[in-house]
Design a protein around this ligand. Structure first.
Ligand SMILES: Cc1ncc(C[n+]2csc(CCOP(=O)(O)OP(=O)(O)O)c2C)c(N)n1
Ligand SMILES: [Mg+2]
Length: 334
């Protein structure tokens, strides 16, 4: 089954628009390249046996966390999924600390004890990444309760599959009733594990579900950094002004299988090819050049991002494992 075109259902409020400078987009593109390099490096290290357990790669979906985080302040909150490397890197986690975490090393962002699926980085407002489908929705909604008092916005990143979980419906209702400053960002990659989204989604429309709770929503091209940032900026403005939650359905596609054990043979090759032609990195690169950024400047940030990731992987591989007898520095102390 090929990925569908979503129907554009009218949303209660149109978000506001404002544009950052070309330099900001170049920086954001650099972050997208870091995420892609990160995922490819983790893929290689996994095959070498350096990454224990499994891991879920987000290559192909980079424009979503980066575009959304462009619109956030550094101390705003976000939660991510088990496909959360991009969520953490976009929110500000250092590639070196995240790579070390993937390898279970003591220098990891959680002391090497969280691994790929459960990263938390409170210093950068990342309240957690969750292996439970839909868990990120509840965490970000909870953070938005604090956020409402503190003037902070909270973002939940989650997949299309999570919109069939009770968390989604309870949290959207709760957020609307309390007008919480939360943005629900669905990364609709059209599959939940090996199952096409349409086969398990009543009504076939994800964003429109928010409308049932009176929450403004928008269907966004999730492979277009500019489109994601603009939609997120409108949602952030609404949240900060006290106008409550917004839902963004960002349509995208994962380049790899669901997890490391999935070769993704269930996807028609024409479908994959069609989406690879709209690789978010290619789309962003083309747009930067069209906006007048020079080829030399684009290449410079690509080289720098690749170098940054190589250094991060080397440092992570050289780092020690945590001492199992020592209490982790990151342990919660009541
Ligand atoms: C509550 C719960 N049920 C089932 C699973 C098993 N599971 C892991 S990922 C996944 C699919 C989720 O798909 P989606 O939300 O679309 O996210 P994607 O993997 O596509 O990013 C499922 C069913 C789980 N981790 N948690
Ligand atoms: Mg999915």
């Amino acid at each position: 089954m090929s990925a569908p075109e979503a129907r554009r259902v009218e949303s209660p409020t149109a978000p506001e628009r404002g544009e950052p400078a070309a330099r900001d987009y170049l920086d954001a593109y650099a972050r997208m390249v870091v995420i892609r390099e990160f995922e490819q490096t983790i893929h290689r290290l996994f095959l070498k046996g350096e990454v224990h357990g499994t891991t879920h790669l987000s290559a192909g979906q980079e424009a979503i966390p980066v575009g959304v985080c462009m619109a956030l302040a550094p101390d705003d909150y976000a939660s991510g999924t088990y496909r959360g490397h991009g969520h953490a890197l976009a929110k500000g986690t250092a590639p070196e600390a995240l790579a070390a975490e993937m390898l279970g090393r003591a220098t990891g962002v959680c002391g090497g004890r969280a691994g790929s699926m459960n990263v938390v980085d409170l210093e950068h407002g990342l309240v957690g990444c969750f292996g439970i489908v839909g868990g990120s929705i509840a965490a970000a909604t909870g953070a938005a309760l604090s956020g409402k008092r503190e003037g902070r916005v909270s973002v939940a990143f989650f997949g299309d599959g999570a919109t069939n979980q009770a968390y989604f419906h309870e949290c959207l209702n709760f957020a609307k009733v309390l007008e919480l400053p939360v943005i629900f960002v669905c990364e609709n990659n059209f599959y939940g594990e090996f199952t096409p989204m349409l086969r398990v989604t009543g009504g076939g429309e994800i964003a429109a579900r928010a409308g049932a709770y009176g929450i403004p929503f928008e269907v966004v091209d999730g492979n277009d950094l500019w489109a994601v940032r603009a939609a997120a900026a409108g949602a952030v403005e609404r949240a900060r002004s006290g106008a409550g939650p917004t839902m963004l359905e960002c349509q995208t596609y994962r380049h790899f299988g669901h997890s490391k054990s999935d070769p993704a043979r269930y996807r028609p090759s024409e479908e994959l090819e069609r989406w690879l032609e709209r690789d978010p990195l290619t789309v962003a690169r083309r747009r930067l050049l069209a906006e007048g950024v020079s080829e030399a400047d684009v290449e410079a940030v690509e080289t720098e991002a690749q170098g940054e990731m190589e250094r991060a992987a080397e440092a992570a591989l050289a780092a020690p494992y945590p001492d199992p007898h020592e209490r982790p520095a990151t342990e919660f102390k009541p």
